[in-house]
Design a protein. Structure first.
Length: 272
């Protein structure tokens, strides 16, 4: 497996995304953030923070997924359990805002590819050369808690109240049956991930990306084929174009979103 990629934090903030590649396994994780309007209100109950959680989970996940006999959900469950144990005694893990992240994994096992997707990052298979098009795997259950209503700009005095209501709606559905799932403290979340196995033959490449790196599709600025072409040619250029679009819409009115910028991570994978 050959991997080219980029992981860039939003301006002025630590990176809560992570891209890691070891042997035949690549992982892309997206730490769960909060809207800018609520940044001073959220208390996570963990003294380590989101970047620590993401790094720790990635290390454990890579080590476990390196065993080709280990199903990816089992590898993720074990990683969550180990990281939870590492800070259970010094952090309040009952806090609903305890550090958490989305997870995507791609593993090559000889002539097959295993994938796992938990929450709203994406694994995208490009099979256009073989005439089979593009397949996007993304767990979009979090969409159930997006509040309806008119767009409210990031600079609006009403924004904090709207974001507070959205945060409460997410908390009520987080990591419970009928809701949406992320990696946090409960190993059972791994059993809710989308998984699959695909023959390597006919796959031109696979993109693993956080939602911050696929915003141009969400915004309607690029199609999936165009985004794949850009990621294959230069993942850093994909992020540069995303930043330019975010910069041109500072109040998030044209392209509604929780914050002007987001961490952006993309990994383009090809195979022998």
């Amino acid at each position: 497996m050959r991997v080219t990629g980029v992981s860039e934090p939003r301006p002025g903030k630590p990176n809560e995304d992570l891209l890691a590649h070891r042997g035949d396994v690549v992982v892309v994780l997206d730490g769960c953030g909060v809207p800018d309007s609520l940044g001073g209100e959220v208390r996570r109950g963990c003294r380590h923070g989101v970047p620590w959680y993401v790094r720790s989970l990635a290390d454990e996940l890579l080590a476990r997924a390196a065993d080709p006999a280990e199903p990816l959900p089992d590898a993720l469950a074990g990683a969550i359990e180990t990281v939870t144990a590492a800070h259970r005694d010094e952090c309040d893990l009952s806090n609903v805002d305890t550090p958490a992240c989305t997870v995507t994994v791609l593993r090559q096992r000889g002539d097959t590819l295993d994938h796992l997707v938990l929450s709203d990052s994406s694994v995208v298979f490009d099979r256009r050369a073989a005439g089979h098009g593009i397949e996007v795997v993304c767990d979009e259950r979090i969409a159930m808690v997006r509040l309806p209503g008119p767009t409210i700009g990031l600079d609006s005095p009403e924004r904090a109240a709207r974001d507070r209501a959205g945060s409460a709606a997410r908390s009520a559905k987080l990591n419970r049956p009928g809701g949406f799932w992320v990696a946090a403290t409960d190993p059972a979340a791994a059993g809710e991930a989308f998984t699959g196995t695909t023959p390597v033959a006919g796959v031109d490449g696979v993109l693993l990306a956080t939602d911050g790196a696929t915003r141009l599709v969400e915004f309607g600025e690029l199609s999936w084929p165009a985004l794949l072409d850009l990621a294959a040619a230069d993942p850093a250029e994909l992020v540069r174009r995303t930043r330019a679009t975010e910069e041109a819409d500072p109040t998030a009115v044209r392209f509604p979103r929780g914050k002007q910028y987001d961490d952006a991570t993309a990994a383009w994978c090809t195979f022998d």
